[in-house]
Every structure is written in structure tokens, then in C-alpha cells.
Design a protein around this ligand. Structure first.
Ligand SMILES: Cc1cc2nc3c(=O)[nH]c(=O)nc-3n(C[C@H](O)[C@H](O)[C@H](O)COP(=O)(O)O)c2cc1C
Length: 511
């Protein structure tokens, strides 16, 4: 596109004007008033910088061609996201979550009614899945209270029951700062929902709050590892003596970076993190792309059994769907070995992360709705849907999206970034930089100072209360008396969606 402003002309003018002004102010200071020399100094400095940019530095083409004017461009570019977010972006435009979606969370978290006026700002153009209401809504008091028991199918010694369809999805101490973890853990306890620890090792700050936890075993097995990343059974058994640990989740993959492990740079390995994660200080720690024990469907299922045999609580897995055929083969192998995880958490490719390579974040994995449908369908087709619970995550931050996931087969909802927003996240997209302006994904005490644990914990509780209120309202409107009766019939799925494609493909390949 042709630029309407001739930058070259303006920069040539600036390159002459700056030293000229330095000379003019010099004479002004000499003949008119001494204080004008203040401007002389400013323009001499600008002249020197300009000469440096134009003739000495060789790194930046823009600066070499345009001098100081090019620097202005860099400055404007660096504040572009903020300018767009605050001034120009429309309410439905931003990614990953637009203002309409974020506002719903902020309002719920503050306990403000989320009713709005005039009309929806969402699309009704066949790109969105909608929910079908019933001509015969039921009364809320006739709806069966939600209850879901993990581990009942396998008859584990200590089953775990949730009474709200929500869990805080994995976010480790490390990705999040101490205050954020404390606020989430306290909020989860107030709300009566469990929180996943993420793969950050011994969940010290989570446990201090006395809530209920799902301990995540990542591929590096922080907190429960041997030096070669294999599982240290004794460490796991010892950890599970803590009554707050209610379930174990083996993370096979994550939506934001499926097929990829993580890197914990040595700079982030403080003495405390080194102890909690069980890794040495002074060297980078690379999380493998897969568990060292899991190199095939046989060994993966055997590893699930190994962990189940080690602890008396429910043990599930988390994965992002890639090839549906691999998922089907794994389910067949489960049948073969007669080993079933107590839950499978499907994480959509649209999921979040503290940090991930862009190619993986943008390009890999199946989106949630299609993969959730696929998982539910394959488990049903293989006759094992009743052997386990199905959880779902991937931008399920508001009530209607959660309801769609439940109708697609999820038994309960994992939610990470919704809870970050509830903590006050402004979507600054700086999670990996340690500079989060609202003190959530940073360890900088100056930035964490603003995150008041007690107040934010209450927001988490309010958010859950708001979601739960909507959940029962929506069941009533759909004419459903028990959440377990939710199914795909409740949904209006336009042909243009990825979900519709997946439905057609899977139904045509299902024998
Ligand atoms: C800051 C941050 C840290 C995360 N850390 C982990 C982690 O330790 N383990 C994991 O399995 N997923 C991790 N996730 C992914 C979430 O648990 C979740 O699967 C994903 O963000 C999708 O849910 P959401 O769309 O509700 O955020 C993290 C996500 C975020 C935003």
C-alpha cells in the first residue's frame, strides 16, 4: 500500500532542522536570554544521536535511513498494542479475549449483574455455535444439584467429588507469582472448587491455603522426579500424604504447545524454585516433549497404571488432541490393558500458557469443540465412556461457552485465563516477561504489591458464584433437570464451523 506521507522527505527536513535549531538556540541564548541555552543543549544532544543513527550504527535499517524519525516509529510501534487496546479496538475485536468477554468476567468477579442492553455484540452469521432453548423451561428448584465423583468407576480408595462443574486449570508457581497463587488458592477454597497446581513442583503456596488440589505431573515431573525425569514413587507417595492433594493429573500435552516441552531458564531457578521443583540451580532445565516412560500407546497406558498403583486417589491425564486416530488407538490400548485414567482433560489448541514458541501456539493442535466432540465420540464408540470423566479447557471463560462444552460431552470445565481475568488480568500479553503490570505472572515484588490477596480471593469466589448462577439458569432454559442429560441436541451447530466438519468426518468414519 502506498504511504500517503513521504517519510523520507520529512526525515530529510528533520535531519537539517535539528542541527539548524541547535545553532539558532545557541545564538538566542547568547544574545537574548541565557535560559534559551537549555534548548541549545537539547538540540545538540538530538543532533549527536541523529548522527549516530544515520552514520555510525549499522544494526537498524530504519534508523540508518530515517535517523531520529525512525526512532519515533519504533517508540510508537512499542506502544501500539496499548494504543489499540485503549483507544481504537472495538469491543469485539481483541484476541484472545475481546472486551465483551473480559467485561463479563470483571463484572461477575465484582458481583455486578451482567445484564446488558439493546442487543448482543456477538456474531449470528453461522460462525458461532449457539444453544437451543426449550419451549418448556423447567423450574430451577427442580434441577438436580451438580455432583461429579472422580475415581468411582475404578473404585479408588479415596474418590473425589466436586459439587460445582468448575476446576481452576493448571498454572504453576513460577508461571504465576506468589500473590496470584495465594489469591487463586484462597478464592478456590472460598468458592468450593479445586485448583490444579500446574507443573511447578511441590505446591507449597497452594497447600498453605488449605484448599483442594489436583497435583499435576508434567513431563519433567518437577517435585516428584529422579534426575533422569522419571517418576520418583517415594516422593509422590510422600506428597500425597498431604490431605489437600485430591487427584493427580499426568500432563501428556498442552493446547498452547502440544508436542513440545518447556524450558526453565537458569535465571528463574531461585533457591526456592530449585527446592520446590527438585532441580539444581545454575543450569537450564528442559522439560522433555513427552514423559520418559511414555514412548508408545502401550507404555503410556502402562505409566497411567503405574501412577494409579502408586497412590490411592484418582489419576487422570491431560492432552491436546492431535491425530484422532492416535487417540482412538490409545483408547483401544486402554481396553486391551483394562486400564482407564479416572479422567481425561481435553485442552483445546486455543489454550493459554506462560510461554510457548509462536509456531506451536498458532499452528499446532485441534481446537477445543472439535476435539472434545471427537474424544467423547471415540470413547462412546469404543464402549468406554462410562469408565472415566471428561474435562475440557480452551477459552471456556464464560457461561455460554462452558455450557456448549458440557453439551459436547464434558463432565466439568477447566478454566485458567478466566480466573486470571478475575484476578485483574488486563490481557497485557506479558506473561513470559516477568513484567506483568497487574502482578499476576511476575515475581517482581514491586509489581505484586498491587495484587491484594484477600480482595482478589473474594473476586474468584464471586466469579464462580456468577458462573454457577448462570449454569442453573441455562439448564432451566434448556429444559434440563440434570446436567448429565446435556448432549449435542442442545446445540445449534452451523455448517461453517470446525465442529460441524469434525462431526461429519467422525460420524462417517465411525463403524
Ligand atoms: C500463565 C499460564 C500458565 C499455565 N501453566 C500450565 C501448566 O503448568 N501446566 C499445564 O498443563 N497447563 C498450563 N497452562 C494451560 C492451562 O492450564 C489451560 O490448559 C489453558 O490455558 C486453556 O485454558 P483457558 O483457555 O481457560 O486458559 C497455563 C496457562 C497459563 C495462561
Amino acid at each position: 500500500m502506498a504511504a500517503s506521507v513521504d517519510l523520507h522527505k520529512i526525515s530529510r527536513f528533520a535531519n537539517i532542522a535539528i542541527p539548524l535549531l541547535a545553532v539558532i538556540f545557541f545564538f538566542g541564548g547568547h544574545f537574548i536570554h541565557f535560559y534559551i541555552h537549555f534548548l541549545t543543549v537539547v538540540f545538540i544532544i538530538l543532533t549527536v544521536i541523529n548522527i549516530f543513527y544515520l552514520h555510525i550504527q549499522k544494526k537498524h535499517t530504519i534508523l540508518r535511513n530515517f535517523g531520529i524519525l525512525g526512532q519515533a516509529r519504533y517508540m510508537l510501534e512499542s506502544i501500539g498494542p496499548e494504543m489499540r487496546q485503549y483507544l481504537f479496538a472495538s469491543d469485539t475485536e481483541e484476541r484472545p479475549f475481546n472486551r465483551v468477554e473480559r467485561s463479563e468476567i470483571y463484572r461477575k468477579s465484582k458481583g455486578i449483574d451482567s445484564a446488558s442492553s439493546f442487543g448482543s455484540q456477538m456474531d449470528f452469521d453461522n460462525s458461532e455455535v449457539k444453544i437451543r432453548h426449550s419451549m418448556y423451561p423447567v423450574d430451577k428448584q427442580d434441577i438436580k444439584p451438580f455432583s461429579l465423583t472422580f475415581g468411582e468407576e475404578r473404585g479408588v480408595k479415596e474418590t473425589y467429588t466436586i459439587t460445582k462443574p468448575y476446576l481452576i486449570s493448571a498454572m504453576s508457581y513460577g508461571a504465576l507469582g506468589k500473590n496470584a497463587i495465594q489469591a487463586l488458592a484462597r478464592g478456590a477454597r472460598l468458592a468450593g472448587i479445586p485448583m490444579n497446581t500446574g507443573e511447578g513442583g511441590i505446591p507449597k503456596y497452594h497447600m498453605e491455603e488449605g484448599g483442594e488440589l489436583v497435583f499435576q505431573i508434567g513431563t519433567a515431573k518437577f517435585g516428584v522426579r529422579n534426575d533422569d525425569s522419571s517418576l520418583n514413587q517415594e516422593k509422590l507417595i510422600k506428597l500425597c500424604t498431604d490431605p489437600s492433594i485430591k487427584m493427580i493429573e499426568i500432563k501428556l500435552s498442552q493446547g498452547a504447545k502440544p508436542g513440545k516441552g518447556g524450558l526453565l531458564p537458569k535465571e528463574k531457578i531461585t533457591e526456592e524454585i530449585s527446592k520446590l521443583r527438585g532441580v539444581p540451580q545454575g543450569e537450564d532445565v528442559i522439560s522433555p516433549a513427552h514423559h520418559i516412560e511414555c514412548t508408545s500407546k502401550q507404555t503410556t497406558v502402562a505409566f497411567i497404571k503405574h501412577v494409579q498403583d502408586t497412590v490411592d486417589i484418582p489419576v487422570g491425564i491431560k492432552l491436546c488432541m492431535g491425530k484422532t486416530s492416535e487417540f482412538r488407538d490409545m483408547v483401544k490400548e486402554m481396553k486391551n490393558q483394562q486400564v482407564y485414567p479416572d479422567f481425561i482433560a481435553i485442552d483445546g489448541a486455543e489454550g493459554g500458557t506462560g510461554a510457548a514458541p509462536k509456531a506451536f501456539m498458532d499452528g499446532y493442535g485441534m481446537p477445543l469443540y472439535a476435539s472434545l466432540f471427537a474424544a467423547n465420540q471415540i470413547l462412546t464408540e469404543q464402549g468406554v465412556r462410562d469408565k472415566l470423566k471428561l474435562l475440557a479447557s480452551g477459552k471456556l471463560i464464560n457461561s455460554s461457552k462452558q455450557f456448549v462444552a458440557l453439551a459436547l460431552g464434558a463432565d466439568a470445565i477447566y478454566n485458567a485465563r478466566g480466573f486470571m481475568l478475575s484476578l485483574g488480568c488486563i490481557q497485557a500479553m506479558l506473561c513470559g516477561n516477568n513484567t506483568c503490570p497487574v502482578g499476576i505472572t511476575t515475581h517482581d515484588p514491586a509489581l505484586q504489591k498491587g495484587l491484594i490477596v484477600e480482595q482478589k480471593a473474594q473476586r474468584i469466589a464471586n466469579y464462580v458464584k456468577g458462573l454457577e448462577y448462570d449454569f442453573y439458569e441455562m439448564l432451566a432454559a434448556s429444559g434440563i433437570r440434570d446436567a448429565k442429560d446435556l448432549n449435542i441436541e442442545q446445540l445449534y451447530i452451523p455448517n461453517d464451523t470446525a465442529l460441524a466438519d469434525q462431526i461429519t468426518t467422525l460420524l462417517s468414519t465411525t463403524k
